[in-house]
Design a protein. Structure first.
Length: 322
């Protein structure tokens, strides 16, 4: 079955514009002697986001070797393990002082009803496997445009489908995060723009009306949506399920940035990551933070070199608020 991934959507959106336009632990929960809050979020490795192919055990090994603190869980892989194997994997995480990050949602809710129903039939089993493995966070992204549905019609469709998804996840003790996609080159790529700002995402979450639903924040989308630290100040830790950290290419106006052409965290300084991460520290966010640069140069590297480069970039960014 074909699947609309973020990477695929970003490429399609860019082409359209050119043509026509776990539970998280506290790493340092107390305030330091000067009264300044310290970070509680974890540095998460997501191999697929940096062009590295790895099964769950290899991802864990790479995360441990390169100093990550959490690792993304694979719903389908975990679902294929027995209870004993899941328990063994949990023990391996504990021994290596790693935590689960956020799993991707294994349901295609963006297209036709048949695909959605097919995904929903499998979701209870996958959600149960995630919970048995100790995962507590699941996230997905919102396509910021549609060819045929107006904003209101698309909003109603999302409320109906995502409310159903959230209900199944809640039955298994899983939180559910939604990520808005901010670049103008993405939301202007089709006829009808959809949710592409923090404010709109919060409206959608409020309408869904389930207490396990929150945000997936991304410094890239925060930047391309012309948002500031003040926009994040109204959030609480309970509002944020997961977080992505990226930088932007230099020399490109914000409204011309393209979603599949990003940089590793703190690579260029275009995005004010000190303000972004500082806001996460201020609200006491205690979940995973991953790099998701969609960067061709990084993807072309050997696996270990890509993981090492990502770790170095994350360390550089985290040092801004240490």
């Amino acid at each position: 079955m074909s699947k609309m991934t973020r990477r695929t959507f970003a490429k399609l959106a860019g082409a359209s514009v050119l043509l026509g336009a776990g539970a998280s632990r506290s790493l340092a929960a107390p305030a330091d002697e000067g009264g300044t809050s310290r970070r509680r979020f974890t540095k998460e490795l997501v191999c697929g986001a940096i062009g590295v192919r790895a099964d769950q055990r290899r991802a864990i090994a790479l995360a441990r070797r390169f100093g990550f603190e959490s690792v993304a869980p694979s719903p389908h892989e975990l679902a294929g393990l027995s209870d004993g194997q899941l328990e063994e994997l949990r023990g391996e995480l504990k021994e290596t002082h790693l935590m689960w990050g956020a799993a991707g949602l294994p349901v295609d809710f963006r297209r036709d009803e048949r695909r959605f129903r097919s995904g929903m039939q499998r979701l209870p089993h996958l959600a149960a496997s995630l919970r048995r493995a100790g995962v507590v966070r699941v996230g997905t992204w919102l396509r910021p445009t549609h060819d045929t549905l107006t904003y209101r019609a698309n909003f109603e469709l999302h409320v109906r489908r995502l409310c159903e998804v959230a209900g199944v996840l809640a039955d298994h003790g899983l939180r559910f995060g939604l990520e808005y996609v901010g670049p103008k080159t993405s939301w202007a790529a089709s006829r009808y723009p959809f949710v592409h700002t923090l404010a709109e995402a919060r409206e959608l979450i409020a309408e869904i009306g389930r207490n396990n639903v929150g945000l997936v924040l991304d410094s890239w989308h925060w930047y391309t949506a012309h948002e500031t630290a003040d926009d994040l100040a109204s959030l609480t830790n309970a509002d944020v399920v997961a977080c992505h950290l990226n930088d932007a290419p230099a020399g490109i106006p914000v409204d011309e940035q393209r979603d599949n052409e990003r940089e590793l965290p703190a690579a260029t300084g275009v995005i004010d990551l000190k303000a972004f991460l500082g806001a996460l520290v201020a609200i006491g966010y205690d979940g995973p933070v991953r790099a998701e640069p969609f960067n061709k140069k990084l993807n072309a590297m050997a696996d270990e070199a890509a993981v090492a480069a990502t770790a170095a970039a994350m360390n550089k960014a985290f040092a801004l608020v240490s």
